[in-house]
Structure formats: C-alpha cells, structure tokens
Write a protein that binds this ligand. Sequence first.
Ligand SMILES: Nc1ncnc2c1ncn2[C@@H]1O[C@H](COP(=O)(O)OP(=O)(O)OP(=O)(O)O)[C@@H](O)[C@H]1O
Length: 253
Amino acid sequence: MLELTLAEAAYEGVRVMQPARYQIALDRISVRFGGVLALDDVSLEVRSGERIAFIGANGSGKSTLLRVLHGLQPVSTGHVERRAALTQAMLFQRPAMLRLSAAANVALGLWLAGVPRSQRRLRVAEALERVGLGAEAQRAARALSGGQQQRLALARALALRPEQLLLDEPTASLDPSAKREIEALIAALFVGGGPTLLFASHNLGQVKRLATRVVYLEHGRVVADLGVNEFFAEGGAALPPAARLFLKGELPW
Ligand SMILES: Nc1ncnc2c1ncn2[C@@H]1O[C@H](COP(=O)(O)OP(=O)(O)OP(=O)(O)O)[C@@H](O)[C@H]1O
C-alpha cells in the first residue's frame, strides 16, 4: 500500500482523513423555551472514553444539555457536530416501560434500532443477565419494582451496545439500596473500558466515584469544566464562588 506522510499527502493534493478527536462538539449553543434561556452559549467537546458528570442546581440546564447531546433537543443558536454513526443510548430518571414482558421491552429497543432478528434473542438474554434480571425475563415489566425497572432500562440501553451512554439522574427516584445496585452496575461497565458516559447527578459521592470530568452549570452556562480531581481539590478551590458554595451545600439543589 502506498504510504504518504501528511506533508507529502498535502503536496500530492491527497485528502487525508484524520481520526475524529471527539464524538460530539457543541459550539456556542443556546436553547430557549419561550422566555427561558435553558442553555446559554455552551461550548463543549465530548471525547471517546470520557465519563462526564453534569452538575448544578435545579433548573441549571443539565437535562436540556443531555437532550441536546443525545440529539433529542434542537438548539436555538449555535452548532452541534456529531461524529457519523455514533451509537447512543439514554436512561431517564423514571424509566418508561411498555405493557410487555421484561424481555420484550429490551427486544423492542433492538428492533427499533434495526438489529436483525437473528441477533435479538441472544442480545436480550445477555443484557438481562448483565443487570441481574435473567430470572425475570418473562415477567411483566410494569410489575417490577422501581429499582428492577431501572435495571431493565439499563439492560435495554446496554443491549444496543452504545458507544455513548447518557444518564439523566438515573438513581434519583430510587431507595438507597436500589441506588447502590444501579451505581454498581454502571461502575462495572468501566472495568477495562466501557462506553463514554455522560450523566447528570445531584449526588456528589456518585460523581466522584463515576466521573473523570465534571461540568458545572449555572443558569444554563458552563462555569466550570475540570478533571474530577481538580474539581473537588481543596473543597473546590479552583472553582468560581457559586460552584464552591454549591459543593458546600450552601446553594439550593
Ligand atoms: N420543555 C420545556 N419547556 C419549557 N421550559 C423548559 C423545558 N425544559 C426545560 N425547561 C426549563 O429550562 C430550564 C432548565 O431545565 P433543565 O430541566 O434542563 O434543568 P436541570 O438542571 O436538569 O434541572 P433539575 O435538576 O431540576 O432536573 C428550567 O428553567 C426549566 O424550567
């Protein structure tokens, strides 16, 4: 095969494809709902393998930002660039299950994603096993407990084998033991690799345990975007004053 250095290729007039540096890049985006500016001039790059926590007070724009990143929410201004064929799956605070068995709910997600029938059964079984619901496959999804339904939602997401997993406060509505179960399942995804993770959370312990990078939002603006250790170092000494107060619990969540 003919190999050229970049300089040689440029000289020869050959277009050289560079590997994508990011999965998604937001360039100065804003989202407006009527009179509310939910996101205000946000620029952000999501790179492969990162685990980014979005934190901030209620209404600061975390869910809206996740929805923009997932492509569910159009932007009012600015530009969104997305790597071609990026596979994403999103989990919400309260999972929506259809009136079908647990297995059928997972299978439906695969069908919608265009996964061939021949692969669906195995993928469903694998995903349910992974979240500890193998024995519940034929039970009605809506009859499962809140924690089990959230595990089922995680199975539905994982069955898609996403490169990027988005979680919008996935443990917020669960009791403490179900919270721990879900978090442990999520943490287990990253042993030896795992998808890129983008998650909104009000639980700072969870953020420290799961994230590699933390983005702090205030009134729809990104006011801090740091590696997790730097973010929490010395009580948030590197942060703007409001973010420091937030860490101390002195701002409303
Ligand atoms: N569909 C919508 N229509 C109108 N306003 C909206 C809509 N979605 C969000 N907003 C508003 O946009 C702002 C940001 O909301 P968003 O849900 O993104 O914040 P959040 O940080 O996720 O909040 P929380 O922590 O309470 O989940 C809020 O003022 C909210 O009321």
